[in-house]
Design a protein. Structure first.
Length: 187
């Protein structure tokens, strides 16, 4: 089940993007940031080939993160911006040890300030459509094989949530800002 969510390697490890929690219209992405994302995509293709890796394997590596940050530096320089550049040597895009030394996060404290949890045993399940949350790539975990009509919801349960957030990621602490127990949210 390696790289189930993005097997083709289209998602950048770091991206510049607009975002909204649904309460406001996001600010449009600047031309410099659009250029940065484009340059990062191009670098991912080129550097993955140079290292003999798939795009996805490259993008989940420290070299993939370094390539994205270096592309953002190049995009900002191209539009005449000064300051705020990422302190990375260009070689970090192709040398895993150098990229890891700069970006490895040794000793960093990762605090997720907005976590959301869907309670798969909540009252909402009784009135939810049979395919509620089926759209989520996460519902394909091993727990979905358990018996039951909606066994895939086990993949959204507390054990899997804790595993994903605290064991399978670098997150040290999280603010759980929402526990979904009510009506099924739309996608």
């Amino acid at each position: 089940m390696k790289h189930v969510i993005d097997p083709e390697g289209r998602r950048l490890p770091i991206k510049l993007d607009t975002t909204s929690n649904g309460e406001f219209a996001p600010v449009p992405l600047s031309p410099a940031n659009r250029l940065g994302n484009r340059l990062a995509q191009e670098a991912a293709t080129e550097n993955a080939k140079r290292l003999g890796l798939s795009r996805r394997d490259f993008l989940v590596s420290a070299c993939g993160a370094a390539s994205a940050l270096l592309a953002f530096n190049a995009a900002n320089a191209a539009v005449g911006k000064r300051g705020g550049f990422f302190d990375l040597e260009a070689e970090g895009a192709l040398e895993p040890q150098l990229a890891q030394a700069k970006l490895g996060g040794e000793g960093e404290f990762i605090f997720d300030v907005q976590g959301h949890f869907v309670d798969p045993t909540g009252a909402w399940v009784k009135t939810a459509p049979a395919d509620a949350f089926k759209w989520s790539p996460k519902t394909g975990c091993g727990l979905a094989a358990k018996p039951g009509a909606r066994s895939y919801l086990n993949c959204l349960g507390p054990e899997e949530f804790v595993k994903d957030v605290f064991l399978d990621s670098d997150t040290d602490m999280m603010v759980l800002s929402f526990v979904h127990r009510g009506a099924t949210p739309s996608r």
